[in-house]
Design a binder for this molecule. Sequence first.
Ligand SMILES: Cc1cc2nc3c(=O)[nH]c(=O)nc-3n(C[C@H](O)[C@H](O)[C@H](O)COP(=O)(O)OP(=O)(O)OC[C@H]3O[C@@H](n4cnc5c(N)ncnc54)[C@H](O)[C@@H]3O)c2cc1C
Length: 462
Amino acid sequence: MSVGRGVDILIVGAGLAGIATAYYLSRKHRRRSILLVDARPPMSFTSAQSGDNYRNWWPHPTMTAFTNHSIELMQAIASETSNVIEMTRRGYLLATRLEVVDNLVESLHTGYGDSPADAIRLHQGASSASSYIPPDSDGWVTAPSGVDVLCGRRLISRWFPALSEQVVNLVHVRRAGDISGYQLGRFMLEVFRDAGGSRLMASVRAVEANGGYRVDVEGNSGAEVIEADVLVNAAGPFTAEIAAMLGIALPVENIYQQKILFEDVLDAVPRDLPFSIDLDPVRLGWTEEERTLLSEDPDTVWLIGQLSGGAHCRPDGGSTSRWVKLGWAFNRNVSTPLQEPANDPGVLTEFPEIVMRAVSNLVPALRPYAGRMPSRFSHYGGYYTSTPENWPLIGPLGVDGAFIVGALSGFGTMSACAAGALCADWIAGAELPGYARQLSPARYDYEAFVAELAAAPSKGVL
Ligand SMILES: Cc1cc2nc3c(=O)[nH]c(=O)nc-3n(C[C@H](O)[C@H](O)[C@H](O)COP(=O)(O)OP(=O)(O)OC[C@H]3O[C@@H](n4cnc5c(N)ncnc54)[C@H](O)[C@@H]3O)c2cc1C
């Protein structure tokens, strides 16, 4: 074993979180001695499975402020790079068949607080038709902020005719869209490398505190010990494992969630449809024969009952592509994360069929695919690593010189910039944004506050 390489800052994990932390440390804080260590190529684990969607829609203003800041940082990168990160901003559509949406509108007010930039506009009846600005495919620069609530069939079918006729209220979150997470990570890595940052492809096997940190790593060229003043835990689903090496127990769990990407040969999903979510509980449309088969197996009987809302879809790859992404984060079974997530017990072989049927309740033109999946599709997934309240963990880990940027659940692509910038600010001892302490592990000192968050009916999981 070779001993003795020394760095100021060692970051475990080259997913988007670790890369963004390295980027802001080197770019904003001019730190030069940084080593990014990962057993895999950069962004090839959870970060490669992301749906790449972003939004500032949350049940709590702290998460709204955090993601608003991340969107600002992504916009700055998009401006600087002629939009190499392929940022769009068609928004999120939240669809419901409920006639009365007072609770939904109230939850929007709670999540957005009273910021004028996040104004909530109700559109009702003929006179307000002209005040609604439809999404502009030209991108994020001119898109409005805030939220539009379209009430009634007439308005909804005028602007979004692909949605089910049963949808009578539609919330359009405007500060939302998609980016290329891969391009974002690639850009940040290049800046990091050009500023003198280093990478090492190796597994972290053990960590010992000795005033700084003595980190045992093992890669293709053998085992090595690296001394570091500062250690950053950005290990994604393995974040609890790295924390345990420091004797720290983290309140995080991993749940396998899935998506499909398919070639929409029937052109069922309009290419300009925003990311669309069905908020309502759903019953999947099985035939009698299918229902009988499903009901005979204890593992599948749940599929014939009422399922929670949240199935979603969006066109992928721009106006000339025919690919569509569908997702539905309904799994609640906690996993021990595997190095090969495709072998996780949470992988549901029926998922493509299930999500297709669920989303066709919202976009009826998808119905012909039920039982006849298009020939070109992929089914993939990864871990949502989350705290019980679904807030991230960013900041000091509780022992000198150790930091965390993790528990990014289903929001790690959209929040990577703010998460990395915040972790870098903590390390550099810089001025912190108002939400910093609430998103750090120190929030667990306020037990009643965290218990209230964890008990909230919606935690913003999508
Ligand atoms: C199906 C799915 C859809 C999603 N959709 C979205 C979305 O639309 N929008 C959004 O914002 N987010 C989305 N997410 C969430 C987002 O992908 C994650 O939050 C984000 O990628 C987490 O990044 P990370 O860097 O924390 O983890 P990872 O990308 O998993 O990176 C962690 C890295 O640490 C390395 N590592 C771990 N242990 C060690 C060790 N001991 N030694 C060396 N290296 C180690 C791993 O190899 C890995 O590369 C989705 C996630 C999934 C699973």
